[in-house]
Write a protein that binds this ligand. Sequence first.
Ligand SMILES: Nc1ncnc2c1ncn2[C@@H]1O[C@H](COP(=O)(O)OP(=O)(O)OP(=O)(O)O)[C@@H](O)[C@H]1O
Length: 655
Amino acid sequence: MPTKAALRTSDVMRQAHARLRRGQLPVDLLDATIGRSWQRCLEHGLTPGSRPELPRLSGGELRDRRDAHRRLIELADPLVRRVADDLRGCQLLLAGPDATVLKSYGRRFVINDRFCIAPGINLDERWFGTNAPALAVIERAPVLVKSSEHLLFPDNPVSCVAAPLFDVGGDCLGLIDLTFAADHPRPEIFLRRVQQLTGALEQQLFRAHYQQRWVLQVHASLAELDGVACGLVAINDAGLILAVDPQAAQWLGREAATLIGQSIEALLGSAWGEMRRQCEGRSALLGLDLAGGQLVGRLNPPEAWQPATLEGEAREGTSVSVATKPRSAPEQPLEALVVAWPEALAREARRASRALAAGLPVLLQGETGTGKEQLARALHAGLGGVHGKAGPFVALNCAALPESLIEAELFGYGEGAFTGARKGGYGGRLVQANGGTLLLDEIGDMPLALQARLLRVLQERVVTPLGDHREVPIDCRVIAASHRDLEARVAAGDFREDLFYRLAGVVVELPALSQQHQLAETIRRRWAALCRRHRRELALDEALCERLAAYDWPGNWRELEHCLEVALVGAEPELGCLTLEVLSPRWQRKLAGPASAERVAATPASDAGGDQALRDLEQAHMRRTLEAHDGNVTAAARALGVSRSTLYRRLGAEP
Ligand SMILES: Nc1ncnc2c1ncn2[C@@H]1O[C@H](COP(=O)(O)OP(=O)(O)OP(=O)(O)O)[C@@H](O)[C@H]1O
């Protein structure tokens, strides 16, 4: 996985290339994965000036190669094709385990006016230098290679992400690469996307292999139990563990090899025979004894388990019963989520759940990483438990799609509506969500013209696909989410007031972590939960906890979870107490940074005037930093330890 992400900005990379030209390998400026790759490239005699000749298969050879990798192509092609349809403007590659491109989808980028990455080309690091497909195979992990990190192409107009795909035996079947314009502000979105893709495909392989076995799904969050991030354990009729996929091993905090051949009873916390009787042909939801009851599981009898769809849609047709261990098994997804929330916020979430069940829309507001999607999924899943079937959960990120595509994606299109339209047309997300829930994520980024169309659809409850004149009825619950202040956008004329009121049936404002009253307490709780999950006994130093509580957390829960988990997992085995000094230099810098120090000195967060003063102080500091970097937002954001979009947002400017 990528590290040193904060350093991967274009000016740092310019310095890195300058150092390279002077004959030094700038490992301290590079992500660890990229540094290793640059080193290998230099050992292969490559330099930024090298002009490689790429081996390319002839037509006949390519046919043979595709034939040899038929299993990979048959498995991945339909899903990759669908994603390529969704992500117009990107190129997707399906490649074999030696990084030979087997298929290319979507746009064809040309690199250095010379290289068009087409089927038959081999992208081995030895001639093409640092690139995501080659690295994903070497590292056996998903990778992001930003434009100028491609050693041979410092002015590369594209960045790429790639993830390897493993079969149940751990053999690499090949990889999926996604290449996109280098100026995209959130390349991590693509990394997540490609991981979701390989995750969904690996689940399909698992299912094909263990269809006749019992399958236990494992995750820490009930809302994500049916998604691609859940771990899978295959069990035979006698209750012996046959296989544990890498995600399950991670969730359970155990090496797969130590679990295989063991009885499943230790994980389930009850007798296998009893468990089987309770399942009686249905899937059963349970709290897991292992990992201190912090995990939830779903036990599926043979044939009952279905892999997650790419969007993690809720599966239909799986009857769910809550069984065993009522002590630790959450009764309802929403309750499991809000159990540790401040009471006022939990009350709002429950109000939203009732509103959604009654057909009213729900709007979730909050900065990035505050848990909007997690809450949306829990609200949806809760409807299944309380009101019968939850139906499908369909999420659409309005910010990640180009304007031209959102329309087709939301409303669908008829056959032949435009060049490249699918044969038979496409129903669109609104229709897909019929009988279920549609999450309109980042709705604040929806263009005005589309807002008018969406409003009409929500009012009339029928949709007319592009290039078609038939009206299709829609009947789905709607949750909208945005990190933007929608009322402020309405006031600025960027968001339609009538659409705002149509979406804002119940509004839940998820607070930024920095606004939490007892953040230190929250951090202690999360730390304890993580220690249980990873089966480690490591104390959290009180002074460090205070520092963490004083930090600004621009990435909110996502950043906090990441910081704590990385610190825990990376700590020396004999360490007894985690202190500031043993954190990575990057986190030491962040926690000693000005934002943190200012917050330590600031008045309590409950004081509204204090909040404003703090925001003013923060803005002033950000403006000064921006000036000190001659208006270079990237450099200023790096110096402040926040993302560019956070800096824009905090300064009230548009990216
Ligand atoms: N209350 C919470 N406790 C622990 N972890 C949480 C909590 N809320 C969210 N998270 C974790 O934080 C991460 C981000 O959550 P989520 O994707 O729901 O946020 P978001 O607000 O939708 O972010 P974005 O706007 O960037 O899409 C997830 O990994 C989620 O599991």
